[in-house]
Write a protein that binds this ligand. Structure first.
Ligand code: ZN
Length: 434
């Protein structure tokens, strides 16, 4: 593994690959049927080993070229590159942040069974952004929510062309839902990116992450309340109070999940139970209409539909998401083996996004297929019942996050970390190779 984590790497890649491209060879080249080798990397194998070898197709993957003597070549190439471009040396030697093992970072940054790949606990904002472009134990967490954000934004923008959000009140629950579907992965991605700026920043970033997830649960309740209610529940007492109860649930969810961070250092198990239940309660409540509709179908009192199929897939992925969040599998079985790719939090992100995709399809199907019936039998969504509740939810969540953040900053010892971080920072090796 390359130990010199610097942008020199990229300059090496550009200069040396340019050499190979002109030969050409780093990129696979077609050697023709007569040669009998097809696409291969033979030139670069010769370049590394210093001897002629016949190509056997894709027998030398790119990592082989990068690892075998690549570091020395990298330094030479960068020297040549600096000379050729007449650029100051420091311009080409911007260092990427170092990575650390679990025992080198303060408690607040540690993840169960993730043994390495930690970023510096006092990273700058720029370091945090740059760290998303090289492998740390957070890189996949960042991208597994950043890319879906753009997908959901794209779907939202497409809906803006086909749905009249401005004047048709029937579409307002969908508007709230789409806003929150875009917000929660984006907030999560930002939280994972900037959480290593300081221990306090870590807590506050995740306060916002929990708040966005909690608001997303409110968005689910608003859409289910208007598009997803079983026919026999429409206009019932539960239907009338469904969204206000969901607003209460977001308060409970955000407060409980933020509070769980305060007790994490002393009581990790209690903290885990509090945080998991904080998210399970709104999920179970929001999904009540779905359970009834799905069970009704199982009993044969309704006909299967496209929406119900998507709701089923969504519930399967939602349960999988909860399971991954609570179980810490697979890294629990092999600590240190899934530090960078494949640990439970990444899988949790992926399952959450896939579940949201199916949920979105189900909501759109319900909204379209039940429009006539709902317009006849139910009141139209009001501004207060949709965008008003959304605004109320945002304000209440911001108040909760503000209160917990103020409490955190007022009592530094409660962050579990200010002194711990300072101690750990002193203990961090200056030039540790990872
Ligand atoms: Zn996350």
């Amino acid at each position: 593994m390359l130990t010199d984590r610097s942008y020199d790497y990229w300059f090496w890649f550009i200069f040396e690959c340019a050499e190979c491209i002109f030969i050409p060879a780093v990129l696979p080249v077609w050697r023709g049927a007569a040669g009998g080798h097809g696409w291969g990397w033979a030139q670069c194998v010769r370049w590394e080993s210093g001897e002629e070898r016949s190509s056997q197709g894709l027998e030398c993957p790119l990592w082989c070229v990068l690892c075998r003597g690549g570091r020395d070549r990298l330094k030479q190439a960068c020297q040549r590159g600096r000379g050729a471009l007449r650029l100051p040396a420091d311009m080409l030697s911007l260092k990427l942040p170092q990575l650390f093992d679990i025992h080198q970072v303060p408690q607040v940054f540690r993840e169960d069974n993730i043994m390495s790949g930690y970023r510096h606990p006092r990273s700058s904002a720029l370091d945090c952004i740059l760290s998303s472009f090289h492998m740390t134990n957070e890189t996949m967490n960042i991208w597994t929510h950043f890319l879906p954000t753009w997908y959901f934004l794209w779907r939202f923008s497409m809906l803006c062309f086909t749905v009249d959000f401005m004047s048709e009140s029937y579409t307002w629950p969908l508007l709230v839902y789409m806003l929150l579907v875009c917000l929660y992965p984006f907030t999560s991605s930002c939280a994972h990116t900037f959480s290593t700026m300081s221990p306090e920043a870590c807590h506050i970033c995740y306060f916002f992450d929990y708040g966005a997830l909690s608001l997303y649960s409110l968005g689910c309740a608003i859409t289910y309340g208007f598009y997803g209610m079983p026919d026999c529940w429409v206009n019932s007492r539960l239907h009338q109070y469904f969204v206000p109860i969901a607003v209460g649930n977001t308060l409970f969810c955000t407060s409980m999940s933020c509070y769980s961070r305060f007790v994490e250092a002393q009581f990790p198990q209690k903290s885990k139970v509090l945080r998991t239940s904080a998210f399970i309660v709104p999920f179970l409540f929001d999904s009540l209409p779905l359970y009834y509709r799905l069970l009704s179908c199982c009993w044969g009192s309704c006909s299967p539909s496209e929406a119900l199929a998507s709701h089923s897939y969504h519930l399967i992925f939602a349960f999988l998401t909860c399971f991954l969040f609570a179980s810490h599998l697979p890294e629990r079985l092999a600590p240190g083996h899934f530090d960078y790719i494949g640990h439970s939090h990444q899988l949790f992100h992926v399952c959450a996004v896939v579940g949201t995709y199916f949920q979105m399809e189900a909501v759109l199907a319900d909204m379209t297929s039940r429009k006539e019936w709902l317009m006849l039998h139910s009141a139209l969504p009001s501004f207060m019942g949709t965008l008003g509740m959304f605004t109320l939810g945002v304000l209440l969540n911001l108040a909760v996050i503000g209160a917990f953040s103020a409490s955190l900053l007022r009592t530094p010892h409660q962050s579990t970390s200010a002194s711990g971080a300072a101690r750990a920072q002193q203990a961090l090796p200056v030039d540790k190779e990872d």
